[in-house]
Design a protein around this ligand. Structure first.
Ligand code: CP3
Length: 354
């Protein structure tokens, strides 16, 4: 059993004392790094990269070799689960993900089943391999999409500007959408538990599209299934506690409800103020976020002042994990990322003196 050399991230998620504010960034492994683009072209495609244990391990560690990050995140994608359900995932250059067999009629929905986890073995192999390669440097985050966010892609057949097909199903045939969500919730629970068994030390649920819903629909179609997943997760494995992070983009209005989902920490986009968020839910959960990814296109002085602002907003004491409010944009300069991470480490210790 390797010793974890840097547990600052785990401690912050559990609101235990830390010496500085830990930082990792959503999409820290990705196209903004030239070494990522080189490995992806060796793999052939993004999906082949996800399925190649050795290369998926390599790209997971690339940002850690460049920057002083406090966590690693499994290199994979949320859409591996619907792919294993037989929807036929492929990526069209410049257009993002597409499904060959989206769920657009009753028959397709009725056929949907929880996939055999053996089809996702490549993900669990990647988790094991990354843990070995990390050798205790920092904790490894596993992840999944939320049942609702996966359903968005499964019904639309890809990304969407207005989610017309998904919302039509929701208002016209709610029982079909509930069938998809029930199946997804079961699949996501199994999938995350397998990642935990394979060695993921934290899991994050990406609820990227929760924010498109009305208040009432959010409770019925998203939160209900999030709670179901979280209550089914293995939280104590081989003597270690596995914290759960829930990131609902656009979920700032629902912080109190999200804080009662059973998650240990909430990811926040840039629309909320961390001081107000902490007042609302900081006694229940840790908070992760919430820099606008485009702040990285500003000057170094701007980055410094944004870091100071976020640290000051959260205030003194543990329970904050510094992150962006959404993934790194592919046109970001890696030097700016380095500057940001070092700024968090330079400016945060004074918020943790006792
Ligand atoms: O954060 C990390 O470094 C870990 C890897 C990771 C990826 N996708 C790699 C990826 C994670 C955690 C995800 C999650 C994911 N995937 C989400 C939720 C988070 C979010 O961004 O909202 C979603 C919605 C997806 C689905 C997805 N995958 C889309 C919409 C796209 C295309 C958009 C884009 O940025 O091109 C992807 C592709 C994808 N996933 C890439 C990467 C590095 C780019 C693929 C490439 O190399 O060409």
């Amino acid at each position: 059993m390797t010793v974890l050399l840097n547990d600052t991230f785990l401690r912050a998620l559990l609101r235990q004392p830390v010496d500085y504010t830990p930082v990792w960034l959503m999409r820290q492994a990705g196209r903004y790094l030239p070494e990522y683009r080189a490995t992806r072209s060796r793999a052939g495609s993004f999906l082949q990269l996800c399925q190649n244990t050795e290369l998926a391990t390599e790209v997971t560690l690339q940002p850690l070799d460049r920057f002083d990050l406090d966590a690693a995140i499994l290199f994979s994608d949320i859409l591996t689960v619907p792919d294993a359900m037989g929807l036929g995932l492929h990526f069209v250059e410049g257009e993002g993900p597409k499904f060959a067999h989206p769920l657009q009629d009753e028959e397709a929905v009725r056929r949907l089943q929880v996939p055999d986890m053996n089809k996702l073995q490549y993900v669990f192999e990647a988790v094991k391999s990354i843990r070995l390669a990390l050798d205790g440097r920092v904790p490894l985050i596993g992840f999944s999409g939320s049942p609702f966010t996966l359903a968005c892609y499964m019904v639309e057949g890809g990304g969407s500007r207005d989610f017309r097909l998904l919302k039509t199903m929701m208002y016209k045939r709610p029982e079909l959408l509930h069938h998809i969500l029930t199946t997804n919730a079961e699949a996501v629970t199994l999938y995350l538990n397998e990642q935990i068994e394979a060695g993921a030390q934290v899991v994050q649920i990406f609820d990227t599209w929760g924010g498109i819903l009305s208040d009432a629909c959010f409770v019925e179609y998203d939160l209900f299934y999030l709670r179901q997943v979280i209550s089914g997760l293995k939280r104590h494995v081989h003597g270690r506690q596995v914290p759960v992070v829930l990131f609902t983009k656009g979920g700032g209005l629902w912080l109190e409800k999200l804080a009662q989902s059973g998650a240990d920490a909430l990811g926040t986009d840039w629309t909320i103020n961390l001081h107000q968020a902490r007042e609302r839910v900081g006694h229940q959960v840790a908070l992760q976020g919430n820099l606008d990814p485009f702040a990285l296109f500003g000057t170094k002085e701007l980055i410094d002042s944004e870091v100071k602002r976020l640290l000051t907003d959260y205030g003194h004491g543990s329970g904050h994990v510094f992150n962006l409010g959404h993934g790194i944009n592919q046109h970001t300069d890696p030097e700016q990322i380095k500057y940001l991470i070092d700024a968090v480490h330079r400016l945060s210790p004074k918020f943790h003196t006792s």
